[in-house]
Each structure stands twice: as C-alpha cells, then as structure tokens.
Design a protein around this ligand. Structure first.
Ligand code: AMP
Length: 414
C-alpha cells in the first residue's frame, strides 16, 4: 500500500522538543501479535488503536477501536504480512482514512537495541542488519519486532520509519551501574552487561513527574516503578537513567507475571546437577513458568489479589514476595540517586492497585515518604498519593508508551 510521504506543516513544540504536526502510526509487533495506534504526536491524542492477535495460529483475531467503538474481525492471519493487510483493511473500513490522516512516520517499538542504539534511529538497511545481529540478546522479542519492520517497509514504502528502543533510555547508565563482574572476554566479545528495558515508559513517566512537581526535569530525581506483566524500577537523575532493575535480558530485577526477577546465578548449574535440567528447559521456565505464576498459579496480578483477599496462602506469599523485592530495589535505587524527589507508580499494577502501592510506601518511610491513604485509594489518572508534608512525593502516573514513541519519531524527523 502506498502512503503519502512525510506531511509538511508547521512543527509545534511539546514536552521539551520540536514535534512535527500530524500523527504517527505506532507499531508494536510481537511474534504472534501486532499492536498499533495512530497517535497525534503534538497532543498525544489517540485517533485509533488496534490489536491483531494469534498471528500464525488458527483463528486470528483483530480489534480496531475508533471513537470508542471496537470493530472485531475474525480470520486466519498466517503471518505478519497478512497482519498488515488486516491493519490496512481495518483503517480503510472503519477509519480514520490513512491517506487523509497523513501520518508523518511509523514508529516501531523495538525491545533490544544493545549498546549500539542509544537513541531513536531512522530505519535503513544497515539498521535492520544490526537489529538482526542483536536477536540473541532478546530472542523472544526482537524477531517479532523485526518481522513487523520488514513488512511495514514493504507496506508503507513512502513513509519514514523509525525504531524506538526499550533499552535506549538506559544507555546513560554509568559503567559502575551496567558492568557485570564477569570475565573480561565475555564482556568484550559478547557485550555482556546490563542494558535495562521499559525505557520509553521510564522516560515518559519521569518527565511527567517533573511537570507535576513543577520543577525542571534536570533538577528532578525520581524512582519510576513500572509494574505490569513485565516490571522494572529505574533511577532517573535529572531526566537520565542512572540505574535500573533489569539487566541483560528482561528477566532480572522485580518479580513479574511469569518471570522471576533476581536469582542466585548458581541456580542453572545447581538444577543441571540435581535434576539434569537443560538450558532450554531452564530458559523456558524462567520466561514462562516463574514469577506470580509459579508462586500463586496465576500470572495475572488482579487474580492473585482476589485469591489473597479470599485467604489463599500461596497468593498471600506471592504478594509479600512482590512487595519485598520492590522495597529492596526502591531502597537501593534511592541510595544510587543520593537525593530522591519522587517515586512514581505506573503500568497495569502500578496504576490500578492501591493495595500494592500502600504496602510499598508504608515500608519506605525511611526515605521520607508519607502516604496519603485517601488519595491513594481514590487515585484516577495522574494523582499525588503522598501527603503535603511528605519529604519525597509519590505519584500514580499512567504510562503512555505509544505517545512517547510518537514523540521520539516526530522529534527525529524535525
Ligand atoms: P500491563 O502489562 O501494564 O498491561 O499490566 C498487566 C497487569 O496489571 C496484570 O497483572 C493485571 O492483573 C494488572 N492489573 C490490571 N488492572 C488491575 C487492577 N484493577 N488491580 C490490580 N491489578 C491490575
């Protein structure tokens, strides 16, 4: 499908940079799903969202939402090329018409950019080759991202396409934070180090926190707790990531839906000795069978909380483990920052669970945080949940990774 090239028009300024007028089509392609959103980069207004699921499986499912109305389409979607045909068909049938909406760019979310990509880049053949070389660093995520890019380049050949990396925001971490104490040859030959993830979310939320505090971003120190199916904590000093809980892969740090977070590095060798476990088995268990799922039989935090409230012991322990790990990382990152202005909760759990937020903040009194229990219970959208007397502010800030990707794409082009 042919699209108009980057639209003209006067750039407007928002969120600290020059931003082109016109929307950006944001694409988040996974191995079996494709999420998209047509976002107005200057205002964040969402013109349409969509989710195409079960790519490559039987019974593909596509949802397209415009002006609050969801349009569902069921049909086989054998590969990413078919998924993009469905995307184009959904826009054509239900709007907005892509020709007249005239997106200025396509912004692709890419999970791992290694040490090669410290910022958003315009995608060309060289970038694609590098992305393919980075696949071993994120074998579950990058192949789907790349498949999405390849098809998008064919489908929309006239639009500039950019890659926005989950890792890029963390490339400001100092060597002391990202270096693992492992043999030099591993570090030199295989780029073994901490990279960090959820960068677009941490960048967006930390900027919103500075706005909410009415302080310059450069003078604001925040710990962002991105708590969704995947979870990570990030120390943001003056708008720059200086440390984060995830490392080489998205497995480390906090307890997640199906991932364990921090473990003793001796575990794989031990399980190989006592259970004859192979590395692929271990890898699968750590990616798909650990975290809340292992502790409480369900990867969904809301379900775990319902069971906990009904007196389920395993769910109670799961909650306690999640909170303990969070408190430990929060304390560590606060010390890394040296001075803390705010703590921000975001993503599915962070935005929606006052119980979890209260459990963490009640144990963070040492940092100078005083919870405003009423504000916490009633929080909707961006909300301050610490008292006026609290030395460190606490906020709920709904993340908006799509807008951040649109902003990144748009800024790169202006
Ligand atoms: P995300 O990956 O950001 O979409 O977050 C997904 C997680 O958020 C899942 O574990 C959900 O159970 C959790 N979640 C969503 N809504 C709620 C809620 N109202 N209370 C507790 N957890 C929630």
């Amino acid at each position: 499908m042919s699209m108009p090239s980057a639209a003209g028009g006067e750039p407007v300024t928002d969120a600290g940079g020059s931003v082109a007028s016109g929307p950006v089509l944001v694409i988040n392609a996974g191995s079996s799903s494709l999420k998209y959103q047509l976002v107005q980069a200057d205002s964040g207004q969402s013109r349409a969202t969509g989710l195409i699921e079960r790519i490559g499986l039987d019974d593909g499912l596509a949802r397209h939402t415009v002006e609050g109305r969801e349009h569902v389409l069921e049909r086989d979607i054998p590969d990413h090329a078919a998924a993009f045909e469905v995307l184009a068909a959904q826009f054509a049938e239900h709007g907005p018409d892509l020709q007249s909406a005239a997106p200025v760019a396509i912004g692709h979310r890419v999970v791992h950019g290694g040490a090669k990509f410290a910022s958003t880049v315009l995608i060309d053949d060289e970038v694609l080759t590098t992305l393919r070389r980075l696949v071993p660093l994120a074998p579950l995520h990058n192949p789907g991202n790349i498949a999405g890019i390849e098809v998008a380049l064919e489908t929309f050949p006239d639009l500039p396409q950019v890659a926005v990396f989950d890792t890029a925001f963390h490339q400001t971490m100092p060597p002391a934070a990202y270096t693992y104490a492992v043999p030099l040859s591993w570090r030199q030959t295989f780029n073994i180090r901490a990279y960090g993830f959820h960068g677009t979310s941490h960048a967006y939320v930390s900027r919103r926190v500075a706005d909410l505090l009415e302080r310059p971003l450069e003078e604001t120190n925040t710990v962002v707790l991105h708590l969704g199916n995947g979870a990570s904590a990030c120390a943001v000093e003056g708008g720059r990531s200086v440390d984060t809980s995830m490392g080489l892969s998205p497995l480390g740090g906090l307890v997640m839906g199906t991932r364990p977070g921090d473990l003793d590095p001796g575990l794989p060798a031990h399980l190989s000795r006592v259970a004859g476990m192979t590395l692929p088995e271990f890898d699968h268990a750590l990616n798909k069978e650990s975290g809340l799922k292992a502790l409480a039989g369900d990867s969904d935090f809301r379900q775990v909380m319902e069971r906990r409230e009904a007196g389920d012991e395993a769910a109670g322990l799961a909650f306690d483990v999640v909170v303990h790990r969070l408190v430990r990382h929060l304390g560590a990152l606060a010390l890394v920052l040296g001075r803390l202005d705010a703590i921000a909760f975001t993503a599915g759990i962070g935005e929606n669970s006052p119980t979890l937020r209260a459990a963490v903040l009640e144990r963070a009194g040492l940092l100078g945080v005083e919870l405003d229990a009423e504000a916490n219970d009633a929080a909707q959208g961006e909300t301050r949940i610490s008292t006026a007397a609290s030395l460190v502010a606490a906020f709920v800030v709904p993340t908006n990774e799509e807008w951040e990707i649109a902003l990144e794409a748009s800024r790169l082009l202006t």
